[in-house]
Ligand binder design. Structure first.
Ligand SMILES: [Zn+2]
Length: 292
């Protein structure tokens, strides 16, 4: 099944709802970055929630979500322009921990919880909106639920999950978010709490073949699907952008690369694509930087 995101409403329960399947795009990220299972789960969860946040606003804001919890995975980041495309990375892809009791991937251990979740929303204005909240568990779903509550005052259920097979490939990935509308009643809240108590893991449901729409229907029988968009891992890096990055390191450094290394290799941290610049190309970049 192709990855997709759906947005809907439950009028009866005064909620807006989002669900996304990201199995394919999480596998793309795994291969590009060489992610070990717990790193796959952590980045997979982060990319899923970033895509949903992109669907929450109708304008095409660029949204960057980043976490550094002090755990072995280091900094992790996902970026979307609210167009169904996402890119992301973790500082240390070769991280793998499991909880002894359940055998589940120990995302909270890999990410750590001594740090912050940061959301940067670039609306094309001069100053982007930046929101920071302290991490709660490092499991990512909990941390985003806390963010929505504290930073946006919207009570939310955030469920994210990734399943990995024995050879480390992604079996299933995705998530859903339920957000209470201001007119929600005590009865609505009770219904959701009750429903979530024994609700299966979202990664298991996707693995069984349930679509995002079907998952939302399991929660709210009256759900009305408002729209559906394809989602994918896509990086917008290019040789021209990498040349800009090279120029931005400064003329002294460029001269040093020319004299010492006679070239440079620049790797995009989001997709691992390597761009090579030979001595002549570096000299050209240097002369351009002098003309700026
Ligand atoms: Zn790239």
């Amino acid at each position: 099944m192709a990855d997709k995101l759906v947005r809907g409403l439950s009028n009866k329960n005064n909620c807006r709802v989002f669900a996304v399947e990201t199995t394919g795009l999480t596998e793309v990220a795994r291969v590009k970055h060489g992610l070990w299972p717990t790193a796959s789960a952590a980045l997979g969860r982060l990319m899923a929630v970033a895509l949903i946040m992109g669907a929450m606003n109708k304008s095409k804001d660029k949204i960057t979500v980043n976490i550094n919890g002090g755990g072995p995975i280091g900094t992790m980041m996902a970026v979307t322009k609210s167009d169904g495309k996402v890119k992301g990375f973790v500082a240390n892809p070769e991280v793998h921990y499991q909880y002894n009791d359940t055998g589940k991937l120990a995302v909270g251990v890999a990410v750590g919880k001594e740090g912050y979740l940061q959301i940067i929303r670039d609306m094309g204005l001069k100053e982007p909106f930046v929101g920071n909240v302290p991490l709660q568990t490092g499991e990512i779903g909990d941390d985003f639920a806390y963010y929505f509550m504290v930073s946006e005052q919207v009570p939310s259920v955030v469920s994210l999950g990734v399943l990995v097979n024995d050879t480390n490939e992604i079996l299933s990935a995705g998530g859903f978010i339920i957000q209470l509308l201001p007119e929600a009643t005590e009865e609505n809240i009770r219904y959701i709490e009750e429903k979530m108590r024994d609700f299966p893991a979202v990664s298991s449901l996707i693995h069984e073949g349930k679509s995002p729409e079907q998952i939302l229907k399991m929660i709210f029988d009256d759900v009305e699907i408002l729209d559906e968009i394809p989602v994918s891992f896509e990086c917008d890096c290019s040789r021209a952008k990498m040349e800009e990055a090279l120029i931005s390191v400064g003329q002294n450094e460029l001269e040093d690369m020319i004299a010492t290394d006679h070239g440079a290799k620049v790797t995009c941290q989001f997709c691992n694509t390597q761009y090579e610049f030979d001595e002549d190309q570096l000299k050209e970049a240097l002369s351009r930087s002098k003309n700026v």
